[in-house]
Write a protein that binds this ligand. Structure first.
Ligand SMILES: [Ca+2]
Ligand SMILES: [Ca+2]
Length: 206
């Protein structure tokens, strides 16, 4: 290529860049890792002590790369604080998924608990304000004590509790008379098995 041709090529390229014909080359930097929890919902709000409480969370990966989510549910009542880790879960970049954390309440004292969950920060993450998500609260009660005069467990398993389960008989999630608290064994339907569980604890008091 002679000198004149070099000059012509250079002028054409510079002109093309000015006219926007050639794309401007930018360095594509990877986004900063950022994981978040956006939803935390308990299956039910009244849980018999010793039963399992399923807590659903929505895990969002706002970064480019796949990340492992280590989610921890926190049930807190005064000075009592129970941390329940979920199974590690991988979520691809710019994706979200729902996961369920199974909480065993055997060692938990009776009482009202605030419910929250958090995801352990991943390597390189700087925005951790979205790693925490709070729901309302759940009550750990005697198995079968799902209601009382105020509409909440009253420390006694009696006809009020049987009556509430009876009102929900045959219901499943989405039914007009569905109440997850009446689904004593948390199998997704209120039926005679739930009545039998309340009956087994009938008369018990905290
Ligand atoms: Ca009751
Ligand atoms: Ca059931």
């Amino acid at each position: 290529m002679n000198k004149n041709l070099h000059e012509v090529v250079a002028i054409v390229l510079i002109t093309a860049m000015f006219l926007g014909v050639l794309p401007t080359i930018r360095a594509q930097s990877p986004s900063t890792p950022d994981v978040a929890l956006t939803v935390v919902v308990p299956y039910k709000t009244v849980v018999g002590q010793g039963s399992v409480l399923n807590v659903s969370v929505t895990e969002e990966n706002l970064g480019d790369s796949a990340e492992v989510f280590n989610v921890i549910v926190d049930l807190k009542s005064g000075t009592l604080d129970y941390f329940i880790p979920g199974q590690p879960n991988t979520v691809s970049g710019h994706n979200s998924t729902n996961a369920t954390i199974v909480c065993d309440t055997t060692a938990m004292a009776y009482g009202n608990y605030t419910l929250s969950a958090s995801v352990v920060p991943v390597y390189g993450e700087t925005n951790t304000t979205n790693n925490y998500c709070k729901d309302g609260w759940v009550v750990i009660s005697l198995v079968g004590d799902i209601t009382g005069p105020t509409g909440w467990p009253d420390g006694t398993v009696n006809m009020r509790d049987i009556a509430l389960v009876a009102r929900c008989i045959g219901s499943t999630p989405g039914s007009r008379n569905w109440n997850p608290n009446a689904d004593i064994n948390s199998d997704g339907i209120v039926n005679m098995k739930d009545i039998a569980l309340v009956a087994r604890h009938f008369g018990q008091r905290v």
